[in-house]
Ligand binder design. Structure first.
Ligand SMILES: [Zn+2]
Length: 383
């Protein structure tokens, strides 16, 4: 771990040892004359900015901090990206990124069911050891009297066709309705046969329930995701037409409690990364619960002390995933967060998920080993 500052200091020490004071002075002058990024960024008219004031979206401050800054280009151990959506991607492009980043396996959560699922399996068949696919539920039959049995049979067929798990999207609880126009609750009894079948087949259920806390609050000046919700008004679930976030999480937890022989991976840190002590309590309460970290780097990295304790304590129950189209620029900040103690750097998509920076949690090797691959490989039965 060599930061810019240490590196500069190293050069300076070597210079003093080896050459005259004149040479050292020249190095110092050269360093002082190096233009700062703030001075070189963009073609902006700085004087005009200071006169008229800036809009929030135009504000793009450059940090003056001089602290260690690593680029971690490869995961420390061959990683499993447990949460992605790669249906429309080409295997060759993905393999290039994966090999560059030391990502051994990607799990595609958007497999569909029936023929769609089979087509996804076929598309990646040549690299079946690198790409795994999860099935999804067809909600169209929700009004059929034996919907649960039908969906369970479909899941069994999809697993036979190559699916390695079941992914439930957030529309369960927030969008799926039956013919009475009522939202189907996550813990609706009609779905019990599906959860039971996943347990019987020994496949994990990856479940996305609700969304960040801020998405359930008014989109106003107090909302910490204001810019994101301005850009995507349909991501807001504020209002009487939606169940509360607490209700949705309770429905999900009821299912986890009711099906102890089924393994659930609650995605996005159980969608409650804002409150890791509550997620910890759920992990204590439900031995069949795991969590995954995709798209929550912003939340985890702004609470590095709490997050580090959480990762170390629950190292056996946390899975790596990114939930963003695979690219080196996506993976690098995750590696940096997990592996270094770097301070005050950008999460992927900064500042969209909130105007703050993140801090690394420098996890020990045995924790990285579990989070990056061992937990996922166990659930996916890869060993
Ligand atoms: Zn996703």
């Amino acid at each position: 771990m060599i930061g810019r500052t240490q590196h500069a200091r190293g050069i300076l020490t070597a210079a003093l040892d080896a050459v005259t004071l004149v040479a050292a002075t020249a190095i110092l002058i050269a360093a002082a004359e190096r233009p700062h990024p703030a001075a070189t960024r963009g073609e902006r008219n700085h004087q005009a900015d200071s006169q008229r004031g800036l809009t929030l979206s135009d504000y793009d401050p450059v940090s003056m901090l001089e602290v260690a800054s690593d680029v971690v280009t490869k995961a420390k151990v061959p990683a499993v990206d447990f949460h992605n959506h790669i249906n429309h991607d080409e295997p060759e492009r993905l393999l290039h990124v994966m090999d560059a980043c030391n990502v051994a396996v990607i799990v595609n959560f958007t497999g569909g069911f029936g023929e769609t699922l089979q087509a996804q399996v076929a598309k990646f068949a040549r690299h079946a050891d690198r790409f795994l696919v999860f099935a999804n539920v067809n909600w169209d039959g929700i009004d059929e009297p034996d919907f649960g049995q039908q969906a369970a049979r479909q899941l069994e067929a999809d697993v036979k066709a190559g699916a390695r798990g079941l992914k439930i999207f957030k529309n369960l609880g927030l969008g799926v309705k039956d013919n009475t126009g009522t939202l189907v609750a996550i813990d609706d009894r009609r779905l019990d046969p599906v959860w039971a079948k996943a347990g019987e087949l020994d496949i994990p259920v990856a479940i996305h329930t609700s969304d960040p806390d801020a998405f359930f609050l008014p989109v106003d000046r107090f909302n910490e995701r204001y810019e994101e919700l301005q850009a995507h008004p349909d991501w807001s679930f504020h209002g009487a037409q939606f169940p509360s976030k607490a209700t949705l999480l309770e429905q999900r937890n009821n299912v986890i409690a009711r099906h102890p022989r089924t393994t659930f991976v609650a995605l996005h840190v159980a969608n409650h990364a804002e409150n890791l002590s509550e997620v910890a309590a759920w992990l204590d309460r439900y031995p069949n619960l795991y969590v995954e970290i995709g798209a929550r780097l912003n939340e985890l990295g702004r609470q590095p002390y709490t997050a580090r304790t959480f990762f170390v304590t629950y190292a056996d129950r946390i899975l790596f995933g990114v939930d963003s189209r695979p690219a080196e620029s996506v993976y690098h900040p995750y590696f940096r967060f997990l592996e270094t103690f770097d301070e005050h750097f950008d999460y992927f998509t900064h500042p969209r998920q909130g105007r703050w920076k993140i801090y690394g949690i420098g996890l020990p090797d045995e924790v990285l080993e579990k989070v990056y691959r061992r937990n996922a490989r166990k659930l996916l039965r890869l060993d």
